[in-house]
Design a protein around this ligand. Structure first.
Ligand code: FES
Ligand SMILES: [Fe+2]
Length: 381
């Protein structure tokens, strides 16, 4: 079902006072954080047209390996076919539309659980039971519906938009930056997942992620982990980078004595993915904000380490995120959502530091510009 398109009046309402110059600008209107109509448009125009993370490439190295995922209601899978090619499809049988694969695993063919049609991992129909009874039926005419897939910095992404350009093309220098800070990303392995469901619009969660103006107030331990004076936020096209040096080793967050990684390097990638490297041993994290409805978000936080069992120090870092940082941030964004439910808040201003420090909210302003651009595209497809 197609979402009711936004009108010019809707866009004017949401973006009234938004200015390309952050110091002059107001934030986007709180209605787009509450109203399901905006979420319906975001599903179609944002989540179904942008590159979405699926997994680390390690899960799809072996011929026959597959991983399923749901992209805002669209069931898909990615597979390494028996010839070694990487393929992605809607996870939907062409007979009656039943889903084909569940979870992840290894298989040489795909058998539909409903009437047992059999497909190859390259999407072609191998066999349809008793299809000789169907007039003019040719196996070769039937294929699973393919979607775009790309390995970007050793991470697998898919895009439901057949016309989308590659993530590498869209994201400028991002791959080079990530590779510079995390040259070992291809060798890291999945070690842990944290997940949360919270009562706030996904954009409120992204807003909170994109600035550290709140850090000295709300994250007393985190500000001892990183050297706040070195914190720099830079915006570029569809991503922003958030960089700082590791702080004092006797910080209150978690132990970082004798570690190989001494930078806190974080990237936000439009619309809902963040990529992170924290001080510690070789590590990488992919954190996603997935809308459940207009006022609820599911967060998934995957950790990739040198080994699939976290060391004590890594468990300490995970616990710091799970027990300290996340409860602090969830408390903030849920409070903001409650504030936005009242008539007392519609739009605010951005605190902008001309030095581009983490204390600045220009990353939030950049994100709101991307949201408004997507609404405009939805209005004039
Ligand atoms: S729906 Fe798949 S075989 Fe019938
Ligand atoms: Fe925070």
């Amino acid at each position: 079902m197609t979402a009711t398109p936004l009108t010019r009046t809707d866009i004017d309402h949401i973006g009234r006072g938004y200015d390309p110059v952050a110091t002059r600008s107001s934030s986007i209107h709180s209605d787009c954080y509450r109203d399901n109509r905006f979420l319906a448009v975001e599903r179609e125009q944002v989540f179904h047209r942008t590159w979405q993370f699926v997994c680390h490439e390690e899960k799809l190295r072996q011929p026959g390996s597959y991983v399923t995922a749901s992209l805002q209601g669209q069931s898909i899978f990615v597979a390494r076919d028996t010839g070694g090619g990487l393929q992605a499809f809607y996870n939907v049988c062409q007979h009656r539309g039943h889903e084909l694969l569940q979870g992840e695993g290894i298989t040489s063919t795909i058998t539909c659980p409903y009437h047992a049609w059999v497909y190859d991992l390259n999407g072609s129909l191998r066999r349809a039971r008793r299809s000789e009874l169907i007039e003019n039926f040719r196996d070769n005419d039937i294929r699973l519906q393919a979607i775009q897939v790309e390995i970007f910095c050793h991470l697998v992404f898919v895009n439901l938009d057949p016309d989308a350009s590659t993530l590498a093309e869209q994201s400028g220098d991002l791959a080079q930056e990530v590779t510079t800070y995390a040259p070992d990303l291809g060798e890291l392995t999945f070690a842990h997942r944290l997940s949360y469901r919270l009562k706030a619009n996904w954009k409120a969660v992204v807003d909170n992620f994109l600035e550290c103006y709140h850090c000295p107030v709300a994250h007393k331990d985190f500000v001892t982990l990183v050297e706040m004076d070195t914190y720099q936020v830079k915006t570029h096209g569809i991503y922003s980078s958030h960089m700082a040096k590791a702080g004092r080793t006797e910080n209150q967050a978690y132990g970082i004595d004798n570690v190989s990684v001494t930078d806190h390097a974080v990237w936000y990638l439009w619309p809902n993915t963040t990529l992170m490297r924290y001080p510690g041993r070789g590590n990488f994290m992919v954190w996603r904000f997935i809308p459940v409805n207009a006022e609820e978000t599911y967060e998934e936080f995957d950790f990739f380490f040198e080994t699939n069992t976290p060391t004590d120090a890594e468990m300490e870092a995970i616990r710091f995120i799970d027990d300290v940082l996340q409860p602090e941030d969830i408390g903030l964004v849920e409070s903001v959502q409650r504030g936005m439910q009242t008539p007392a808040f519609n739009q605010g201003r951005y605190l902008v530091d001309p030095q581009g420090s983490g204390m600045s909210e220009h990353g939030v302003h950049h994100f709101h510009g991307l949201v408004l651009d997507a609404y405009r595209r939805a209005c004039n497809p």
